[in-house]
Design a protein around this ligand. Sequence first.
Ligand code: NAP
Length: 262
Amino acid sequence: MVEPKKVRFVYRRKLVAMKAIIIGAAGGIGRSLCEKISSAGGEAFLMGRNADNLRPIAEAFGWGYAGCDASDWTQLDQHFSAAEGVLGGVDCAINLAGSVLLKPMHLTSQKDWEDTIRTNLTTAAGVVKAAIPRMQSNGGSIVLLSSAAAGIGMQNHEAIAASKSGIEGLVLSAAATYASKKIRINAVAPGLVKTPLTERIWKNDRSAEASLSLHPLQRFGEPSDVANAILFLASKDNSWITGQILGVDGGLGTLKILPPMR
Ligand SMILES: NC(=O)c1ccc[n+]([C@@H]2O[C@H](COP(=O)([O-])OP(=O)(O)OC[C@H]3O[C@@H](n4cnc5c(N)ncnc54)[C@H](OP(=O)(O)O)[C@@H]3O)[C@@H](O)[C@H]2O)c1
């Protein structure tokens, strides 16, 4: 049996060179990811629309940060340049910007629709577009966030499922386009994770019970469940994985539990 202390040391050594840009770093999953990158010896530059939310996290780790709306590709590209300068290179870009809209299509306004596409799909495409030129010479890893709702039909998820399905298509095509440059592009597709984004669901007894019943492992995700998977895909240890959508969802996206048979 390997002593846990030794395992920690090896992991830290292998990740030590990670230079990551994280968009949406002040959110629930983002905070957990920052802790994991730091304790693995990596370094990150943090972005999100509200710089005040990023400041305490960035200062705690001694990292750079910038307020940036990632749905504005010009702004995003400028901030990637700044981040590249601060980090001295970029080998990993992670987009956590996202939203949730639970409405049936007939109640979804055009603004709801466009906001959902912009916050999820446009930010993801912008991150791929900004990251690629900075990874052309040494390769790299891009991790995007989908959702279990992209792969199964869940009622009232029309706009968010469409935007996350778009991200999955983007992952597959871009992974093929840039494979020859050794740039890996993957996504994580979570089930319901306890973060500020979803607290209206998990803090309400009725909706929490209904949602929990859809997760075969019978618990909601913790931010660290998803952050672990992002780190796995981002890590140079996994340099033979590209074009994958990794479900981290307590079984929501793939399993159906039948009632007991008589
Ligand atoms: N939590 C879940 O159950 C769940 C399930 C499936 C998928 N996901 C996906 O996982 C990702 C992270 O989720 P989370 O739960 O950690 O969400 P969160 O706590 O709301 O964090 C999202 C972060 O993204 C930032 N952001 C939003 N729009 C942005 C934009 N246009 N430009 C830059 N930053 C932006 C927000 O900060 P500012 O407001 O300051 O910009 C926020 O800090 C999202 O893509 C979400 O769709 C989450």
